[in-house]
Design a protein around this ligand. Structure first.
Ligand SMILES: [Ca+2]
Ligand SMILES: [Ca+2]
Ligand SMILES: [Ca+2]
Length: 396
C-alpha cells in the first residue's frame, strides 16, 4: 500500500520536474507577488499616529514589473505619506513612482519643499526592475538593478510627520490625492514583490546583495518587509517585529481594490538550506537482512537549538517521513527513525535499481527538514545498499 503511494509520489515528482524543467523543484518554490490592475488596486499600510516611517535616513526598495508602456499613465509604487496632503502647510513624506514621461521618480517632501529625483533609466514594460530610494542626509539616490542611476542634493533635516499626515496615505501601488480613494488617485499597472523599508542608508554593496537575497525580517535597520509570499488571503504580512501588516484593498474582505496574488518572477534566490551532519544506521542496508527501522542521527551546528526542529518536516530522500524522533539536546542531536521497507523502496526508485536483480552500490542519502522559524536544513550520508549479491568465494 505505502509502497504504491511512494511509487506514485516519486513518479509525480519526476514527471513534474520534466514538465517544468525543475522550475518547481520542491526545495525551491517560486515566490509569490501581488499584481495591481492599474485602475484601483492597492495594499493599505498602517497610517497610525505616531507614524512608523523613518524620519531621517532611510532606504526603500521593491521589485517592480510594469504591465504598461511608459507614457500611458503614472504608475505608483510606494506612497509613504508622500502624496499631496490635506495639510497643505505641512507636506511631509516620500514615495516612488513612474511618471508619465517614464522616469522613476523618488519624491520627498521636507518642510513643504518638494525634493524630486528622476531616474535616467526609463523602465520598459514586461521586465522586472529592482528600484531603490535612499535618503542619506542631504543626498537623494536612486538605484536601479543594483546600480546607482542618479542622485541629487536635498534639504537637510528630519521629515517631521507630527500633525502632518492624513489617513490612507501609506500605500503600496497607490498615490492618494487629498487623502481619499476618490478619483484622481494614481495606481500601478503591474506587479510588486519584496518591498522593504530600512531606517538607515544602505551602501551600494548592500543594495546589490539584498536585491537577490530574501530577508528574514531581523536584518539591521529593517523596519518594514513585505515579501508577499502568503499567496492567498487579505493580509500582506510585515515580517519585521513592527508587524505593520498591509490590507489588500479597501476592506478586510474581498473587494474591487484588492490586488491579485501572482507567481513572482523577481529573481530572488532561494534560501540556501543549513548544512547539517547526519549519520545513517545501518551503514549497509542489505535487503535480505532483517530489521524494521533505519535510524538517522541529525546534528545541528552549535548556534542552532535542536528543540526548534519541526519533527514533521523531516524527510529521507525527499519521500520517507520520519516515523518518530528523539531529541538529545545535550548533544545537539535528533534521532529520526524511518520505516526500513519505505527506505528500501525509495532507494530502489531513486537509484533506478531492479528490485529482483543483484546489486551492491553506494548511495548518497539525503535527509531534509526545517526549523520552526522556516530555516531549512539538509544533510547527506553515503551508505552501501545491496541485494542478492553472492558472497565472494574464498581462495580464488
Ligand atoms: Ca515574494
Ligand atoms: Ca480587501
Ligand atoms: Ca481592481
Amino acid at each position: 500500500m505505502l509502497k504504491n503511494s511512494l511509487i506514485t509520489a516519486l513518479s509525480i515528482l519526476i514527471v513534474t520536474s520534466i514538465i517544468s524543467g525543475n522550475v518547481f523543484a520542491a526545495d525551491c518554490p517560486p515566490g509569490q507577488a501581488l499584481n495591481f490592475d492599474g485602475t484601483n488596486d492597492y495594499v493599505a499600510l498602517p497610517d497610525n499616529d505616531p507614524i512608523w516611517l523613518p524620519q531621517n535616513n532611510f532606504t526603500a526598495s521593491a521589485w517592480v514589473y510594469f504591465d504598461r508602456d511608459p507614457g500611458v499613465a503614472w504608475d505608483q509604487i510606494l506612497d509613504l505619506n508622500g502624496s499631496p496632503s490635506q495639510h497643505s502647510t505641512n507636506r511631509v513624506g516620500y514615495g516612488l513612482q513612474r511618471i508619465m514621461a517614464g522616469n522613476i521618480r523618488f519624491h520627498m517632501a521636507i518642510n513643504n519643499s518638494d525634493e524630486l529625483l528622476l531616474s535616467n533609466l526609463i523602465p520598459a514594460k514586461g521586465t522586472w526592475y529592482h528600484i531603490v530610494a535612499v535618503r542619506n542626509g542631504t543626498t537623494q539616490e536612486l538605484y536601479i538593478d543594483g546600480t546607482l542611476d542618479n542622485s541629487r542634493t536635498c534639504l537637510a533635516g528630519p521629515i517631521d510627520f507630527v500633525g502632518g499626515y492624513d489617513d490612507n496615505k501609506v500605500n503600496i501601488g497607490r498615490w492618494t490625492r487629498a487623502g481619499g480613494v476618490a478619483g484622481g488617485n494614481y495606481f500601478l499597472d503591474g506587479t510588486i514583490d519584496d518591498v522593504r523599508i530600512y531606517n538607515r542608508t544602505l551602501t551600494a554593496s548592500e543594495i546589490s546583495t539584498i536585491m537577490y537575497t530574501p530577508a528574514n525580517g531581523t536584518e539591521p535597520g529593517l523596519v518594514g518587509y513585505w515579501n508577499f509570499d502568503e499567496g492567498a488571503g487579505q493580509i500582506a504580512h510585515d515580517l519585521t517585529a513592527n508587524a505593520n501588516h498591509g490590507q489588500l484593498g479597501s476592506t478586510p474582505t474581498s473587494d474591487s481594490h484588492d490586488p491579485a496574488w501572482a507567481i513572482s518572477g523577481a529573481p530572488l534566490e532561494c534560501d540556501e538550506p543549513l548544512e547539517v551532519n547526519i549519520s545513517i544506521e545501518p551503514r549497509t542496508l542489505n535487503i535480505q537482512s532483517n530489521g524494521t527501522w533505519i535510524t538517522c542521527q541529525i546534528k545541528l551546528p552549535d548556534d542552532y537549538d535542536v528543540t526548534d526542529v519541526d519533527n514533521d518536516s523531516i524527510l529521507l530522500a525527499d519521500l520517507v517521513p520520519a516515523h518518530d524522533t528523539q531529541i538529545n539536546p545535550g548533544q545537539q542531536q535528533i534521532t529520526a527513525k524511518f520505516d526500513r521497507q519505505d527506505v528500501i523502496d525509495a532507494l530502489i526508485l531513486m537509484e533506478n535499481l531492479d528490485p529482483n536483480g543483484g546489486f551492491s552500490v553506494f548511495v548518497d542519502v539525503e535527509v531534509t527538514g526545517q526549523l520552526n522559524d522556516g530555516t531549512k536544513f539538509k544533510g547527506t550520508d553515503n551508505i552501501r545498499f545491496m541485494h542478492n549479491v553472492k558472497p565472494k568465494k574464498h581462495g580464488n
